[in-house]
Design a protein around this ligand. Structure first.
Ligand SMILES: Nc1ncnc2c1ncn2[C@@H]1O[C@H](COP(=O)(O)OP(=O)(O)O)[C@@H](O)[C@H]1O
Ligand SMILES: [Mg+2]
Length: 484
């Protein structure tokens, strides 16, 4: 193969003597016995689509009981209680009403009705059971009648239904009011966050034609680890090893991918391998990253308030960050002109900075960066912009959600330099799709491109990681030979 390593053991010794003993080298904490993603929640409930649709009789009875309940209790008094006592109080009242009206319902149905009404009054109504499930990645409500969820990369319809669009709007309102915002005809678009960290977007009528559309990206308490990604086949063992080294030796990394392709997950994984003595500053639209290091400052953007003022953009944050003596800057999602400031940071001694960008290939990612710099109003010649990108970004990691719902890391690509006006890149690892099995699952494999000595080799040596890097690259190549 080409590009063989000849410099092992030569040249500078690692500047940080402590390097080999760093936690980056230690295996991450062992996972719970879970073998599959869905197994991570303690007891995965049965899939919702298996549950029968609730009957009209059920909804009729519910609205009857609901009406009687509203008559019977003072809601303003209820709001003064803590949520557990309020729930107890409600249950008592409803049980009494059920007995009085002697409704024809089984005990199980009555219990369900009780929960249902409590959720409506105190929580997020029909959404509660979905919010309680840990295996759901996204909840998508398209008006009162249809609610979809994403589980294990697949979108499925649920039997969750709202009484009507007014109830749905009520719940949307309840969610966004917690962050001091309002959603109505006058301001029909709104971002918010649930107390558990889940991200919420609401777009209401008249913009959403068939009733409010509510989208929730559930917050995952236990983020996936690189070991799990290997187990899922998202990346090969050797690829993961190389990613760890990339994170540890302060390469500037851009993670590229489409919506829900696993960018944030991957970014979170990479940050695991940062040394514990580095000062890290994170900038996000909604705090999602879970850094384990002790010295982290977390920053979050702020949307404008009801009067349209007070906005703090990602760009403001990244700029400010530079005055906070960061050693690494981590930007959750680079969407606009802040890319300029991030690249500058990468370029001026804050190496090891990272961010994610919405793009479908490493090439497209480079083009996106160029376009985003132009968005900032800089009229720099394209070549200057490209040179800036080249001298800042070391590695692009591409994530992709394939059509069978699985997520793969499809490229680990190095930015090499300029040739004329063009940025030259070099793939270190790629994912080859070879076909599809009978169940529609995509078959493919990760393979190394035979690069014996990537550009970040010298960095790896500086941090005393070059033996590990060599071992991982060799192992990848040997495996490829065996398969071939
Ligand atoms: N490799 C993977 N295998 C399985 N699920 C994944 C993988 N990567 C991410 N996920 C899940 O996919 C969802 C979206 O991931 P996220 O990192 O938030 O995507 P993005 O930031 O690209 O929008 C999350 O629920 C996450 O747990
Ligand atoms: Mg994300």
């Amino acid at each position: 193969m080409f590009g063989k390593r000849t410099t092992i053991g030569q040249g500078a010794t690692p500047a940080r003597p402590a390097a080999p003993a760093m936690p980056a080298a230690a295996p991450p904490p062992p996972m719970a016995s879970a073998a599959q993603s869905s197994a991570r929640s303690p007891a995965p409930p049965p899939p919702l689509e298996a549950a029968p649709q609730k009957s009209d009789h059920y909804y009729h009875t519910k609205s009857l009981i609901f009406g009687a309940m509203i008559e019977a209790i003072d809601l303003s008094q209820l709001s003064k209680l803590d949520s557990a006592s309020a729930r107890d109080e409600l249950r008592d009242v409803i049980t009494e009403i059920l007995a009085l009206k002697s409704v024809a319902m089984s005990i199980a149905e009555q219990e369900e009705l009780l929960e249902d009404i409590c959720n409506d009054v105190l929580g997020y109504g029909p959404l509660e059971p979905l919010l309680a499930r840990d295996d759901i990645a996204d909840i998508m409500v398209n008006g009162a009648e249809k609610t979809y969820i994403e589980v294990n990369g697949k979108i499925q319809l649920t039997n969750v239904r709202f009484r009507d669009n007014a109830q749905l709007m009520n719940i949307c309102q309840r969610i966004v009011s917690q962050v001091g915002r309002r959603v109505d005809e006058a301001s029909p678009i709104c971002d918010a966050r649930l107390p558990d960290g889940s991200r919420v977007n609401v777009i209401a009528p008249p913009l959403a034609i068939d009733g409010a559309a509510l989208t929730i990206r559930k917050f995952k308490k236990d983020k996936l680890t690189l070991e799990q990604l290997v187990r899922f086949g998202s990346i090969s063992q050797e690829g993961a090893e190389v990613l760890k080294i990339i994170g540890r030796v302060r390469c500037n990394v851009v993670i590229s991918g489409g919506t829900g392709s696993g960018k944030t997950t991957l970014l979170n994984c990479l940050t695991n391998y940062i040394d514990t003595d580095e000062r890290i500053i994170t900038c996000e639209d909604a705090a999602e990253l879970q850094l384990q290091q002790p010295h982290v400052v977390r920053l979050e953007t702020r949307p404008p308030n009801l009067e349209g003022t007070g906005q703090v953009t990602m760009r403001d944050l990244v700029k400010n960050c530079l005055r906070m003596r960061p050693e690494r800057i981590i930007v959750g999602e680079v969407r606009g002109p802040e890319v300029f400031d991030l690249l500058q940071a990468m370029n001026t001694g804050h190496d090891g900075s990272m961010g994610t960008i919405h793009a479908n290939s490493p090439r497209e990612c480079l083009a996106r960066m160029e376009a985003m710099i132009a968005m900032g109003g800089y009229s720099l010649p394209p070549k200057t912009v490209r040179e800036m990108i080249c001298s800042s970004v070391d590695v692009i990691v591409q994530a992709q959600r394939l059509r069978d719902g699985s997520r793969r890391i499809t490229h680990v690509t190095e930015v090499m330099g300029m040739e004329g006006d063009v940025i030259v890149t070099q793939d270190v690892f790629i994912y080859d799709m070879t076909g599809e099995d009978a169940n529609g699952r995509i078959i493919g494999k990760h393979r190394s491109t035979g690069i014996g000595k990537p550009r970040f080799w010298d960095r790896a040596r500086y941090y005393g990681e070059e033996k590990k890097l060599a071992a991982a690259l060799d192992a990848a190549e040997q495996r490829d030979d065996k398969v071939a």
